[in-house]
Ligand binder design. Structure first.
Ligand code: FAD
Ligand code: NAD
Length: 478
């Protein structure tokens, strides 16, 4: 027997569950299919983001930051502590509780909105039918006017460092170490490498990051990336660029890694090794050959601007389609697709998706980088302002980094905002709102910013674009 829905969503990560909720709000009869089971065999919602991604990594980033504050920074405030102790099992339990609270919250929201949750592995067949095989191997078939594929992504494996989740781990393993590794290797100095390398570095690991590229964070604004690299070095993260890993072997519980930099080959011995070299779309067994869905050259499901696949009535969103693999990008695609299913026009501005690295300080950017504009031949003007000249940042003892604002030389329109510094993510988000409204730099210059706040760095950087910053010596004067 085939059960009918208006919309069937495969995958209950931030792309899929948000799409399901919005479809239900718009009056559709919706089912979401999710295969994820926890260690006790219980179905869990929320996907990578809630279970092994954004949320547990931020829980550990916050815990480890507090530990570092207590061990290294409280003394400067005149606060003396006996040597703070560290209980990793308590830290992990706290992280797991936050995950449980949020995944339970998603289940509650789906129920509240009348979305049916079906446990099992979904596969798209022809004619908008979906086959589901449950954990008990029961098979059922559903059909729907609209089907949304939101199956997410998984870590990329590299043959030179096969993951065993004990000595050589991926991000999931690195979120669950039972003790602080003495010496920790990380392959890939990208977002995960930097965030999880920071967690364990703050808790006491000696961290070495081996990055194949010659440049550091090449998609970020170059000035911000350079400043970040300097700050990480100061924090003790040993980032080795141009390092190609050639092999690894576990001997007596230690991971021996060989790598080459140019012609020179090197060996390092680590207690644990994290492999964080990117993620790939989870498309295996997701759709039948005759479903009409196609793939693009990068192994993602092919979709148009509105996330429609080549098969009529079939959509795909989140990490399985082109674009950055970010929870907020997938969620907004979920809303966009739901609105289209309900017959509404709801475009997504792919030009303004913020990217953030939640280290300390944070690194964040939105819009164009200076090097992108240069490559496009757009004449731009730039203003920067250091947190070292911001009273609130000094008061907090958190004054590393800078804000950078980029505007069109001719029209004065804001084109990019980039930051490494305290609360960079929230400061860049302010600029994103301004950019969505087509703001000029002059608009920002003429606004009143509260004092003393970190936002004053944004105001001053905007003033600096035209050589009008007050609390620093401007290079150009107007
Ligand atoms: P997923 O979250 O991967 O969800 C897909 C779901 O589909 C899963 O639950 C999966 O079980 C299910 N599924 C797959 N195939 C099937 C099938 N055939 N049948 C049924 N169910 C299926 N992004 C940010 O924006 N900010 C961050 O701070 C951030 N931190 C991260 C930290 C880490 C360590 C990692 C690994 C990722 C992080 N990300 C972050 C990325 C973010 O987690 C992903 O971009 C996001 O989860 C993608 O959402 P999604 O819904 O497309 O896929
Ligand atoms: P990434 O693409 O950010 O970084 C991977 C790094 O590994 C790159 O610098 C790459 O050059 C390097 N690399 C690739 N192959 C290598 C090799 N063989 N040897 C050495 N270095 C190699 O990917 P990630 O850090 O694994 O993260 C995966 C995805 O998850 C990203 O797309 C990211 O958007 C998302 N994520 C986002 C956040 C966030 O928004 N804060 C946090 C974590 C993860």
């Amino acid at each position: 027997m085939t059960t009918h829905y208006d919309v069937v969503v495969i995958g209950a990560g931030p792309a899929g569950y948000v799409c399901a909720i919005r479809c239900a709000q718009l009056g559709k009869k919706v089912a979401v299919i999710e295969q994820w089971l926890d260690s006790k065999g219980k179905s869990v919602l929320g996907g990578t983001c809630l279970n092994v991604g954004c949320i547990p990594s931020k829980a550990l980033l916050d815990s480890s930051h507090k530990y570092q504050e207590a061990t290294q920074h409280f003394a400067a405030h005149g606060i003396g502590l006996e040597q703070p102790s560290l209980d990793i099992s308590v830290m992990m339990k706290r992280k797991d509780q936050i995950v449980g609270q949020l995944t339970g919250g998603v289940a509650g929201l789906l129920k509240h909105n009348g979305v049916e949750v079906i446990q099992g592995r979904g596969k798209l067949l022809s004619n908008r039918r979906v086959q589901v095989v449950s954990a008990d191997d029961d098979e059922s078939i559903y059909d729907a006017e609209n089907i949304v594929l939101a199956a997410g992504s998984v870590p990329i494996d590299i043959p030179v460092a096969p993951v065993d989740q004990v000595h050589i781990v991926d991000s999931t393993g690195a979120l669950a170490f039972e003790a602080v590794p003495g010496k920790l290797g990380v392959i890939g100095a990208g977002v995960i490498g930097l965030e999880l390398g920071s967690v364990w570095g703050r808790l006491g690991s000696d961290v070495v990051l081996l990055e194949a590229m010659d440049s550091f964070l090449p998609t970020m604004d170059t000035q911000i990336a350079r400043e970040s690299q300097k700050l990480f070095k100061k924090q003790g993260l040993d980032i080795r660029l141009g390092a190609r890993v050639t092999g690894s072997e576990v001997i007596d519980g230690k991971v021996h890694v060989t790598y080459a930099v140019g012609e020179d080959s090197h060996t390092e011995i680590f207690d644990r090794l994290i492999v964080s070299v990117g993620r790939r779309p989870q498309t295996g067994e997701l759709f039948a050959e005759d479903s009409g869905v196609t793939m693009d050259e990068r192994g993602s499901i092919f979709v148009n601007e509105g996330c429609a696949t080549e098969a009529p009535g079939v959509w795909a969103i989140g990490d399985i389609v082109r674009g950055p693999m970010l929870a907020h990008k997938g969620s907004e695609e979920g809303v966009m697709v739901a609105e289209q299913i309900a017959g509404k026009h709801h475009p997504l501005n792919y030009e303004l998706i913020p990217s953030i690295i939640y280290t300390h300080p944070e690194i964040a950017g939105v819009g164009k980088t200076e090097q992108e504009l240069e490559a496009e031949g757009v004449a731009c003007k730039v203003g920067t302002f250091p947190f070292a000249a911001i009273g609130r940042a000094l008061a907090a003892g958190d004054s590393d980094g800078l804000v950078k604002i980029i505007a069109d030389e001719d029209t004065d329109q804001l084109l990019g905002a980039h930051c490494v510094g305290p609360s960079a993510a929230d400061l860049v988000q302010q600029m994103l709102i301004a950019m969505e409204f087509g703001s000029s730099v002059e608009d920002i210059q003429m606004m009143v910013f509260g004092h003393p706040t970190l936002s004053e760095a944004v105001h001053e950087a905007a003033l600096a674009v035209d050589g009008k910053a007050i609390h620093m010596a401007n290079r150009k004067k107007r």
